[in-house]
Design a protein around this ligand. Sequence first.
Ligand SMILES: Cc1cc2nc3c(=O)[nH]c(=O)nc-3n(C[C@H](O)[C@H](O)[C@H](O)COP(=O)(O)OP(=O)(O)OC[C@H]3O[C@@H](n4cnc5c(N)ncnc54)[C@H](O)[C@@H]3O)c2cc1C
Length: 415
Amino acid sequence: MNKGKVIILGGGVIGLCSAYYLKNRGFEVTLLDKGDFSSGTSFGNAGMIVPSHFVPLAQPGMIVKGIKWMFDAESPFYVKPRFSRSLLDWGWKFYQHSSEKHVKGAAQLLKELNLESKKLYVSLCDQLEDIKIDEKGLIMYCQTQLALDEEAALADQAMKLGLKAVVMDNQQLNDLDPNLTFNVKGGVYFPEDAFFSPKLFLEKLKSDLKAAGVKMVSHVDDLKFVVHEDLKSIDTNQGFFSADQFVISAGVWTGKLAQFLGLNIPIQPGKGYSFTIEHPVETPSICSILTEAKVAVTPMSEGLRFAGTMEIGALNFDVDQRRVYGIKKSICKYFPSFTIKDFNEAKIWTGLRPCSPDGLPYIGRTKKLPNVLLAAGHGMMGMSLGPITGKLIAEIADNQSPEIEISKLAVERFH
Ligand SMILES: Cc1cc2nc3c(=O)[nH]c(=O)nc-3n(C[C@H](O)[C@H](O)[C@H](O)COP(=O)(O)OP(=O)(O)OC[C@H]3O[C@@H](n4cnc5c(N)ncnc54)[C@H](O)[C@@H]3O)c2cc1C
């Protein structure tokens, strides 16, 4: 049954997963992308699927850490000081949400969304032939007692939420991943996390969508929205596109697009880098995070990927070599078999995380224009939350109440 036409703006993981679930429900789907469906943040990230990430970026202590790190050119978190009304407004909202109360309110929902999304990934990867998801979990490696104590407290919270988490000494860590030499005080193991190659998954999803009849139009630019009570169509350099419903899932560029429709959707870019070593000196079998350095390490089909740095407010793809060097130095400190030379040839990839000020995505219908839905602002966990976001968007487009209570994700919550 044809349930009507839907146009999706933006073909990263969020747009592609939305297309998949909308198509499955019987909608006629067209995806429009400003690039070529491979230039977004979704393609070079660390590929971690993370039920363990139930704490939003807006959390107590983050502002103080951010200020301290502003004076360290190699630090993993950074806000470039500059006058920008939108950055100031975002920062104020971030400050207001950096509280225990907010973290407590968000944790249950993020856990539920991430667990459900992981389940969906497992069945999606089953359907997409040749795509393997590694369900071996994630290790948080800690070099200092302070970080280990903080991670142990987080493990405690995780268990209270019903997640599995194990605090481990070096012997246990070694038994868990004997392929790796590490220099740490201990760690925490989250067995319910998983990892894979985001690029391979998305390439396969794209070809399956095309085969299923989803129209994909790349290099779409010069957008003009035609609004009469609701959104009727979009005039572009690639032609005129009309539909019954529209989904905006354009990552960091969503705020700008929403502005054209009179919507205030605060999103700041959180710039990060990754690089992949095809033949590393050691290959871990489980993905990990170097806790103090905030560096992600993922074994995937392309090689061993390292990712890190969060520079808030930088809407550009410039590479700051000092921060990349900070990532490389930390890897060698945690994993002493590696030397800086190992990374000499590594090509640096830049990605922009779409960060909302409360660390929660925007998912749902807009009140202002009820045939416009938004799916954006997933920050550090967009890859992880791709399938559940797509499923929720399809349910909402189909006028069904979502299975998960998502009022905290209301699109116009900052209006
Ligand atoms: C270094 C790094 C590591 C990360 N690691 C992880 C991880 O391990 N796990 C995890 O869950 N998340 C991770 N993330 C976060 C994750 O990558 C993002 O949250 C996610 O990719 C966002 O997906 P998206 O579809 O919203 O945006 P994007 O992937 O950026 O896609 C947006 C798309 O919109 C298109 N677009 C832009 N403007 C327009 C327009 N005007 N019209 C039409 N199309 C437009 C773009 O071309 C692009 O294709 C990481 C991010 C970084 C930077």
